[in-house]
Design a protein around this ligand. Structure first.
Ligand code: GDP
Ligand code: MG
Length: 166
């Protein structure tokens, strides 16, 4: 009984995870990252393969406009296919960020060598994955990538099904 109550008390959080073009270009890495998501018990709420126009890239990264890496970031993110996921889990935002590791690949290799970016990142720009950094940005970013997605509808129609299976 207590277990049941505990399960019901679980608060799921959503986050946006993106496998960036450098990683999608490597089929075995793409597969390994997908497996990593599953092995870490995230619920895959939605998944989408897409290619950005340059203007999508500029809009998504508007907060970085003017930084020295902005142009190459915008170019890279619209250079080829990406895979985006809406993931659900308790503390999904911080858990996915922990798995990714620090933004800068070379720093990540020293401080957290087992993270995704440390293991697979090519450069500070081509750093394999994206993850929302707060639940507020997750909400905004999920709407950016999945404008058709309704959290309310998911909570009502799909989430109870996952809860039973956990
Ligand atoms: P994130 O949330 O960890 O992805 O990091 P940010 O939001 O700060 O930056 C967005 C993206 O811009 C990063 O994932 C990198 O691809 C790129 N970026 C950030 N900082 C740097 C930097 O110092 N150098 C380069 N080359 N790229 C950077
Ligand atoms: Mg960020």
């Amino acid at each position: 009984m207590i277990l049941t109550r505990l399960r019901c008390a679980k608060v799921l959080q959503l986050t946006l995870a993106v496998i960036k073009p450098d990683a999608v270009a490597q089929p075995l890495l793409l597969e390994a990252l997908h497996r990593k998501i599953l092995e870490n018990n995230f619920i895959i709420v939605r998944r989408k393969d897409l290619i950005w126009k340059r203007s999508d890239s500029e809009r998504f990264y508007a907060e970085h406009k003017g930084r020295f890496f902005y142009q190459r970031l915008v170019e890279f993110m619209s250079s080829g296919p990406m895979r985006a996921y809406i993931l659900a889990k308790e503390d999904a935002v911080s858990h996915w960020r922990e798995l990714m590791g620090p933004t800068k690949v070379y720093r990540a290799r020293y401080t957290s060598p087992k993270t995704i970016r440390a293991q697979y990142g090519l450069t500070d720009t081509r750093n394999t994955t994206h993850g929302s950094d707060s639940s507020e940005s997750a909400e905004r970013e999920i709407a950016f990538f999945f404008p058709e997605f309704s959290v309310q509808h998911w909570l009502e129609m799909e989430e109870p099904h996952f809860r039973m299976g956990h």
